[in-house]
Design a protein around this ligand. Sequence first.
Ligand SMILES: C[S@@+](CC[C@H](N)C(=O)[O-])C[C@H]1O[C@@H](n2cnc3c(N)ncnc32)[C@H](O)[C@@H]1O
Length: 267
Amino acid sequence: MRQTAASTIGGRMLTATFLLCVGTLAVAYVNAQGLDVVFVPTPRETVNRMLQVTETGSSDTVIDLGSGDGRIAIAAGRLGARALGVDLDPARIRDAELNAQRAGVADRVTFRQQNLFETDLSQATVLTMYLLPSINVKLRPKILALRPGTRVVSHDFTMGDWKADITETNNWRIHFWVVPARIEGRWQVRIADRALDLTINQTYQQFQGTASINGRTGPLRNTRLRAASIEFTVDIDGQSATLRGTVNGDRMQGRSAGGTEWSATRL
Ligand SMILES: C[S@@+](CC[C@H](N)C(=O)[O-])C[C@H]1O[C@@H](n2cnc3c(N)ncnc32)[C@H](O)[C@@H]1O
């Protein structure tokens, strides 16, 4: 069928007008609800991958921030986890509750009409979200204050300059982080009969710093931090020593690669 130029242009204008109307309605809906982002569901295979990458299982408590129709929390419930979904939109909460009942997981998956910024995240072992880059960045200080080892996965969006531990972009777009222990500052390490002063500068899950012993200062090498597990190499009396251990608030303790016990206290 031949189209005239006039009918093509007319069609495009109609499409543009339609899209403008839909867009305007969506913005009006978001404003009326006080939403920070509209409902767009995560595809099922992406949900599955988000829960795989976080290794979600029956010992987990999952919180989905902005839970929509509940699909992420419900999928976590199917894996035996306890899950909470929060959403500001009451219609989404109603849908999600119905979906949880249909899926037979309502005993361990709950939904709450609540602003995600006001949600207590402290019980989460896994945090899931499909929001926006700016919202992720706004949530970041609260996420970094969670228990070290809390796993965080975001569909599509990054979290500013906090580099993800894993990013997958082939069949889906997801980013995964593990909350690192907070180790910034000065520490005193005791190993055998020696005492070292450490100064640590931390950038999320990476750190660098120096160790001083008997007035000699050298850099920390081979630094590694994952959740509360720490590793670094220092020179002690001209000998290289690799210290591995666990951070617990203002204390660290572990063994050197040679098997000597060490501990550290935050100064
Ligand atoms: C992109 S959808 C994601 C839904 C679901 N998590 C998923 O991945 O399929 C974002 C959801 O966040 C909700 N939302 C937007 N702003 C919110 C806020 N400030 N507090 C809680 N929920 C919010 C919206 O109603 C919407 O259901």
